[in-house]
Structure formats: C-alpha cells, structure tokens
Design a protein around this ligand. Structure first.
Ligand code: PA5
Length: 446
C-alpha cells in the first residue's frame, strides 16, 4: 500500500509533531462531514463510496464496450476537458509503454481532443484520422463545455463522412449527465451508446466512474484492479482515524501547517516521466478544489531529473514559499544495468554493474536532502509499484486528502465558481446569443 513519509530530517525541521497533533480533533470533524455527507458541497460526495459501491454490471458493460471498441478501432479519440479527460489520461500514460508498439502500449492508440482550442492540432488530427478506423468517446458532464463540444462537432462530421451516419453512431460513445445538457440530447437523438456521470460526482472526482474507466479499459488496462486498489485505500482511510495511521489526513494537515508558515506553493515531483499526467491530474484536483476565496496552495509539478536542469535552481535558491511532495515509485518494471567499458573514456566505470533505477534513487535522495537544506520541506509519497491497483490507491488517497485539506482551508472543495469568469468573457467576445452587450464593452478593453 502507498505510504507517506515525513522523515525527521525532511519535514519535521519545518513542522513540529505538536503542530501536527493539534489538528487531530479538527480532522475528526472534517471526516464526519465527509462520511456523513454533511459538509460544504455535500451534494458532491458521491466519489467517497465509488470504489465500494460501483455495481459489477457497470464494470461488465464497460469491459464489454471496451472490447468492442478495441476490436473495431485503430485509434480512439477521447474528447473532454479538465476532469473529463485528465484522470483517464493520467492512468493510461502511467501504465503505457514509453514507445509505441511495444509491450504494454495502449492499443488502439488513444488520442485526446477537446482539451484546448488549437486549430492546427484539430486540423492535423482530422488529417491523421483520414487514414484510420476510429471510434470516439465524448465526455462532458454539463454537456455544454465549448472546447469538447467544438471538437466533437468536427470529429462527428468527419466520422459520419468517412463511415456513414449509421456506422458513425455505432462508433460514438457519450458519457454525460443522466438527463441534462446538449450532449445528452444529441446522444439520444443519434442513438449513441451512453454512460451516465452520477449527479453527486463532480468532474475532477470522476475518474472512477465511466469517465475514466471506459477510456482506461479501451486502452487495455485492468479497471477491476484499479477499483480494487481504490477500495483498499478507501477502507484503510475510513478505518483509521488517527493521523499517524491515516496518510491522507496527515498529508492534508502537513500541507496546511506549511501554508500557515508562508509556504503557499506545493511542487509535486516525480522521478518517473510516466507520472507526468498523474501530476497534471493532481494539479487540477487541488487547484480547482482549493483555489478560491483568496485561499489555497498553488499546485505546481515537475518531473526530475529533467526539471532539475530548469526549475532546480529556483527550488534550491529562489523565494522560500515552496514545499515539495516527492512521488516515489518503489520498483522499476524493467532491469537495466550500466555496462563496464574497457576504456572508461566517459569516466562512468564507477557505476558499472549498477542499475539505472539505483542512480535515479540516489539522484532523488540527494535532491531531497539538498532541497531540505535549502529551506524546502520534502514530504515523500511512496508507491511500491507502478500498476493499476497502486494507481487506484493513489487516486483515492489524493481525493480524500484534497477534500480534507479543502475543509481545513474553510472552502467548498467541490465547486469551481471561478472557472465561469473566462467562459463569460469568451462567450461575450464570440457574441454568443445573450452575451452581445457584454461583448461590446469587452472588445474596447482588448
Ligand atoms: O472538475 C470539474 O468539474 C471541471 O474541471 C470539469 O471537469 C471541466 O470543466 C469539464 O466540464 P464538463 O465535463 O461539464 O464538460
């Protein structure tokens, strides 16, 4: 099971055990609000029970559709933005092989669209799809988000032209609200297979619903293992109230203690590039959940050692408002030893016989100590192995930690009112019906 390490030398010089212990009672209250569904945003606490309450029938349907999609497609385009794509992308990228066509690589190829408005990307995607047999999974809880709606319109037209309307309808899967939104209306009228996003699960907490599970299953990964890992973590966190035994609560407390000492930016660091999108998902989860009412810890992400050659200088010696959480993978999937070289021209023979993962571990250890010495507290989150079950544990751990941390901050961790501001302005500038007057005023300011 994943564990949280707050070693004396790494966190405790910055935070005393008493400063942590003082929050035992407060955490108990927040846990009650979560488990009894009585806190702020309680109408969005459906994620708490997903690992234990997801019906076997739903998993079977997802697996059966995934088999059909895999059989009928060279590529699958997953259309969605924010919580509607980051979770599946995080899991798929973490579990896939780094190079196409090798063992463990997702087949069919999974492509993401609808998560930005780049014309060149969409043009090149449509061109690439000209010569491919493909399916579409379109995901939007509201069913009205502009980015995925536009991408879906283009993709749907492309697929209908290529395969015919009837065949296109067989190749399109919609994941949306049970009754509301344009996507639901469209799916019903066109006869697309649909999955429902439960009313009480918000976008960024939806990876363990069909939103994440269908694309992950299509990529060929085991969604039952993922759910089993999440279930194990859910049971562990529910049964262990004491901070010392509850890593999600301990993580939430330490972050807030550090914030109160002026450390307002958290950097999630991984030494495994496969975790890059897991970090992106984490950024969205914590950024959208906590950043409101002038509060919140700014979530940033780095992949080391790559970013030690870009962000390392700042982390070591820049403004001291940072703390780091290092997401360590305990064991590599493969073994690669450094060979002996008879000439040793590159001076690396001192590493001969050692594994690359050993060098990576020493880089991680050395960096943690350097950053701690430079005034940056380091929490370590250890995932023993990179597999579906471990990712399930990690996802649930982060979700619970985020909810607790948001409650500690005093915000509603399940809404995102601030996301509307850019949408209103964009609609006004685009002269969407109903926004014309606001558009005139905004255009003068551009
Ligand atoms: O977490 C959230 O609620 C958001 O990030 C949404 O997932 C994102 O805005 C996409 O919304 P929708 O699924 O309604 O298209």
């Amino acid at each position: 099971m994943i564990s949280l390490s707050v070693k004396h030398g790494h966190v405790l010089p910055f935070v005393s055990e008493d400063e942590i212990r003082i929050f035992e009672r407060e955490i108990k209250l927040h846990r009650d609000h979560i488990y009894h569904k009585s806190g702020k945003g309680s109408e969005f606490l459906g994620w708490v029970d997903l690992p234990e309450n997801t019906e076997a029938d739903l998993l079977e349907n997802i697996e059966s559709d995934a088999r059909r999609i895999r059989k009928q497609s060279d590529a699958v385009v997953v259309v969605g933005i924010g919580g509607s794509y980051l979770g599946s992308r995080a899991v798929i990228e973490a579990l896939s092989c780094s190079f196409p066509g090798e063992n463990g690589t997702a087949h069919p190829k999974i492509i993401f669209a609808g998560h930005h408005l780049d014309e060149d990307y969409l043009h090149e995607l449509l061109q690439w799809l000209d010569n491919r047999t493909y399916s579409i999974i379109v995901i939007s809880k509201s069913g009205t988000t502009t980015e995925p709606a536009l991408a879906f319109r283009l993709l749907r037209r492309h697929l209908e032209k290529k395969a015919g309307k009837k065949e296109a309808a067989r190749r399109i899967f919609a994941i949306t609200d049970a009754s509301k939104g344009a996507l639901k209306k469209l799916a019903d009228s066109q006869g697309y297979a649909t999955y429902t996003i439960p009313d009480d699960v918000g976008g960024r907490y939806s990876v363990l619903t069909p939103v994440g599970l269908l694309p992950i299953a299509v990529a060929g990964f085991d969604i039952r293992e993922l759910m089993e890992g999440a279930r194990r973590m859910a049971v562990h966190l529910r049964n262990n109230e004491a901070l010392a035994d509850n890593p999600a609560a301990l993580y939430a407390v330490i972050r807030n203690v550090l914030l109160n000492k002026g450390m307002s930016t958290e950097i999630m660091a991984s030494y495994n590039p496969a975790m890059q999108y897991m970090i992106e998902w984490w950024k969205q989860l914590f950024g959208e959940s906590e950043g409101k009412e002038g509060k919140g810890i700014f979530p940033a992400g780095v992949v080391f050692t790559t970013d030690l050659h870009s962000m390392g200088q700042y982390i070591q010696e820049g403004q001291r408002h940072l703390f780091e959480t290092v997401l360590t993978i305990g064991k590599s999937k493969h073994t690669l030893e450094i060979p002996e070289d008879p000439d040793d021209d590159d001076g690396l023979n001192y590493l001969a016989g050692k594994r690359i993962s050993y060098v990576n571990r020493m880089a991680s250890g050395g960096t943690m100590l350097a950053h701690v010495d430079g005034g940056v507290p380091n929490i370590e989150l250890i995932l023993p192995e990179l597999n579906a079950a471990g990712l399930g544990e990690l996802i649930y751990f982060y979700e619970m930690a985020c909810a607790l941390s948001g409650y500690m901050l005093g915000v509603n961790p399940f809404d995102q009112p601030g996301v509307e501001a850019y949408k209103r302005n964009m609609f006004a500038l685009l002269e969407k019906p109903g926004f014309e007057e606001a558009g005139k005023a905004l255009k003068k300011r551009l």
